[in-house]
Design a protein around this ligand. Structure first.
Ligand SMILES: [Zn+2]
Length: 421
């Protein structure tokens, strides 16, 4: 439905004083014939109270289920969506979402919505942009709203986030066998400065570790830089855009206004027409078409797979999958993410990032995230490339790096099994 939501056809229209309610028909995906299972109130009351009282601690309980799902929602007839106009945007009631994706139970109480089926727990709250899927945090482009006593999610977030994450096999993409690793900053651009080191050095260290792990797992690796050099952002994106069958992984560390901000966040490109997560309002630039928007579905799935891997393996505060229009994302023709692996301005994060063990873990989590992305995408394609193993072999396996296509100003940046040494 990531594409299909955009193809909704108007069926009828009702007008109320508060909003315009439009019922739409989505071809190919009909309303579920299965009746709702009764809401298990005691169970969900306990869940929602846990969300409120324990906040993010519920994550550990829920993350046992792997993100990026494969919903078998593909029936022969049409599905009727209710579209509610609010603040100039299209919103869809979560009751429609519940039916379409065959959630077994749905509870809406005290401002919290909780949908549940065997594979997925979805939680969100009225007035909030935070959405949790199996405990993993996503920051929506628009807040969930309570419109005429109905919890509603924006049509844009449904199409550009929820659907591609729940149904990655609907994306017409293939597993990748090349990764472009982008160590943030470099040369005269030090990036964030922390008490124990500069961002540009930490990003390069993680990038080199990830390069080794990716090559051991059978991926071809391209580096935007493999030494302490300055490479313009536009050049990085352009270089990545020419890599076939590849994803772009930009590695950064964060800088906060104070010492309290802590944890890991993963950015992918904001869809057209909504502000970046960290912007307060819309600007003209938010409506411009970016090269990277052709990859919206792959972008959010890649971000989901990598962020889930980071949060489960690093055991750090989850700041969510977020949206931005960073140059390296918006100018990029291949699916891409930008990972902020911790705050150099936070004492705990700064200590973590300065630890080689943490940086190795971070690199490993990125590799496993891409493998997870490949696996999710592969369910709907021809299977993963034969050369890419299910998981990276143990560290220490002998490896031959080779380089022929010299792009890095100082050093070979190509590490590939496709190229003879
Ligand atoms: Zn940075």
């Amino acid at each position: 439905m990531h594409a299909d939501v955009g193809k909704l056809g108007i069926r009828c229209r009702e007008t109320s004083s508060a909003s315009i309610c439009v019922h739409l028909r989505l071809l190919s995906y009909p309303i579920s014939s299965r009746p709702f299972a009764p809401v298990r109130r005691n169970f969900w009351s306990s869940i929602t109270s846990r969300i409120r009282s324990e906040g993010r601690s519920i994550r550990g309980f829920l993350l046992a289920t792997v993100l990026l799902f494969s919903f078998a929602v593909s029936r022969a007839s049409a599905y009727d969506w209710t579209i509610i106009k609010e603040n100039g945007r299209d919103y869809i009631p979560l009751t429609d979402v519940t039916r379409f994706y065959d959630f077994n139970t749905a509870e809406f109480s005290n401002g919290v919505a909780a949908l549940n089926c065997a594979a997925v727990h979805l939680q969100c709250a009225s007035g909030s942009r935070d959405l949790y899927l199996n405990g993993l945090k996503f920051v929506l482009s628009l807040p969930v709203l309570d419109i005429q006593d109905r919890f509603c999610i924006s049509r844009l977030d449904l199409a550009k986030l929820v659907d591609p994450v729940l149904r990655p096999t609907k994306i017409s993409a293939s597993p990748v066998r090349t990764v472009v690793i982008d160590a943030g900053h470099g040369g005269a651009d030090s990036g964030a400065r922390g008490p124990l080191g500069n961002e540009k050095d930490f990003t390069l260290d993680v990038a080199l570790r990830a390069r080794d792990l990716f090559t051991r797992a059978g991926f071809n690796v391209r580096m935007t830089r493999s030494s302490d050099v300055y490479v313009p952002l536009e050049t990085r994106a352009l270089f990545a855009s020419f890599q076939p069958n590849a994803v772009f992984l930009s590695i950064h560390f964060n800088y906060g206004m104070g010492p309290t901000a802590e944890g890991v966040e993963t950015y992918c490109l904001a869809p057209r027409g909504v502000p970046s997560t960290n912007d307060s309002g819309l600007t003209f630039a938010d409506f411009q078409n970016c090269t990277g928007n052709v990859r919206d579905s792959e972008n959010i799935d890649l971000a989901t797979a990598i962020h889930a891997s980071l949060i489960t393996r690093l055991v750090v505060p989850d700041r969510g999958v977020k949206r931005a229009r960073f140059v390296v994302l918006r100018n990029n023709a291949i699916p891409g993410v930008l990972i902020e692996g911790g705050f150099l301005t936070n004492p705990r994060d700064a200590l973590r990032v300065a630890s080689p063990a943490y940086r190795e873990l971070l690199a490993d989590a990125i590799v496993r995230g891409v493998i997870s992305y490949n696996r999710a995408i592969a369910r709907g394609s021809h299977g993963p490339p034969a050369a890419i193993s299910a998981k990276p072999p143990p560290v220490g396996a002998s490896e031959t790096f080779s380089g022929s296509l010299i792009w890095d100003p100082l050093t070979s940046n190509v590490y590939s099994r496709d190229v003879e040494p």
